[in-house]
Write a protein that binds this ligand. Structure first.
Ligand code: CAA
Length: 395
């Protein structure tokens, strides 16, 4: 403890930035290929397009691109911990965060660790970060959520892929969102979505995963109430985990029904609509998804000063947490909405064949020298694999 701040100082998200991929596949191209009526994608699941990583992009390059602007704005002197949440890990032992630490030139006097519990991991990271800052308010924690969502070609999950990273700087007196106690927690052992170590693509029981998610909404909301949480009427808006944006609407209607409220269509739209803008064009970004929802909500809403927002983080398997955060007055001065819009607009559209070629790519496992084609226009790239080592570089 070095600066004498009281343990009661608010703690939360001081800055937030996201990055996504070089390429994008419009759902119209997927629908044309597989003969699906486009309304199923645009309306049924609420998705317009999905981000697709270039051959030289992965969770590390996206994470470093998301976090670099935070370090540029605030410096790294106070960052002693990096928590990297992902469920599309690139190594069974080494944390992806260590590569990011190196690419960003963070101080060697620091700790870096990777966390996993499906899409819930970044919320665990955020809560653990708050604990660390509570212990020493002079420190900041860099929380990163980065994922590539990949299902089998020609499977029902294929339309719900995507990729993005969100980086958040967590500290005292945050400029964006004060994270509050209590949290409502829920864990249940279900096999709705999983990825064994020997597979690249996830396995999923689609309908089971939707009901497991809705069960978790109930369970975490019930616990939130029992822990003395806010009444539903307090919240100006909600950020749900969005495997596809329609899920946020399903989840919110379920919460309203469960808690004995009307499910008025306009009220549901007001509660979740703004949070779906980025996810609808990026697709599922697993751990990053709920915080992409927060980015969209903050970037696109003008009147959140001092107002509570509800967060529902769900990770298959399953763990969920409902918690609240109050938006800090003046938050709009600290947003990165122009950069966020650029990250989405700069993506190059792929045709179906181009997407399929990227989907089918994987590194040989022979320990040879395997450079990647230079495709990304982003600030960092995965240059290749040599002697079983991933080689990253700043561009
Ligand atoms: N016009 C408008 N709507 C249409 C339509 C049309 N022409 N055709 C179909 N629809 C609607 C359907 O009525 C349905 O809507 P409702 O759910 O509101 O009834 C919607 O489109 C989807 O149709 P289906 O259920 O028939 O679609 P599907 O069987 O192909 O599967 C899915 C959809 C289960 C989401 C599948 O994409 C999938 O398995 N995705 C991966 C798993 C997933 O995302 N699960 C979410 C919860 S788990 C989680 O959140 C963790 C995570 O990140 C994975």
């Amino acid at each position: 403890m070095s600066d004498g701040m009281s343990n009661d100082s608010p703690i939360g998200i001081h800055d937030l930035s996201f990055a996504t991929t070089e390429f994008v596949l419009p759902h119209a191209a997927l629908a044309e290929y597989n003969g699906t009526e486009i309304g199923k994608y645009h309306i049924g699941i609420g998705q317009q397009s999905m981000s697709v990583p270039a051959a030289d992009e992965d969770i590390v390059t996206m994470a470093a691109a998301a976090a670099a602007p935070l370090v540029a704005r605030h410096g790294s002197d106070r960052i002693r911990t990096v928590l990297f949440a992902t469920e599309s890990s690139i190594d069974q032992a080494k944390s992806a965060g260590v590569y990011v630490h190196s690419l960003l030139g963070l101080p060697s006097a620091g700790r870096v660790v990777e966390l996993k519990q499906a899409c819930y991991g970044a919320t665990a990271a955020l809560q653990f970060a708050i604990g660390l800052v509570r212990r020493d308010p002079s420190q900041q924690v860099l929380v990163i959520a980065s994922d590539v969502s990949k299902y089998e070609l020609d499977s029902p999950g294929e339309a719900t892929q995507g990729a993005a990273a969100v980086a958040m700087l967590v500290g005292t007196d945050p400029a964006l969102v004060r994270i509050e106690e209590p949290s409502g927690l829920f864990t249940a052992d279900v096999m709705d979505f999983w990825r064994p170590n020997y597979r690249d693509a996830a396995l999923v029981d689609g309908q089971e995963s939707i009901s497991a998610y809705l069960q978790a909404v109930e369970g975490s909301w019930k616990d939130y109430g029992e822990q003395g949480g806010r009444p539903l009427e307090d919240f100006a808006a909600f950020c749900y985990h969005q495997p596809f944006t329609k899920m946020a609407y399903k989840a919110h209607r379920h919460l309203l029904n469960y808690s004995g409220h009307d499910t008025d269509k306009d009220a549901v739209e007001r509660a979740v609509g703004a949070s779906t803008a980025y996810n609808a064009v990026i697709g599922n970004s697993y751990t990053a998804s709920v915080y992409l929802g927060l980015a969209a909500l903050l970037d696109r809403t003008r009147d959140l000063d001092g107002r509570p927002v509800g967060f529902l983080s769900y990770g298959s398997g399953s763990v969920a947490e409902f918690f609240s955060g109050t938006v800090v007055p003046g938050y709009r001065r600290h947003l990165r909405d122009a950069e966020h819009r650029r990250a989405i607009a700069r993506r190059t559209p792929l045709d179906y064949a181009g997407y399929r070629r990227l989907h089918e790519r994987s590194f040989p496992t022979d320990g040879g020298d395997h450079p990647t084609p230079a495709q990304t226009g982003g600030p960092f790239r995965l240059a290749g694999l040599r002697d079983h080592k991933r080689l990253y570089e700043a561009r």
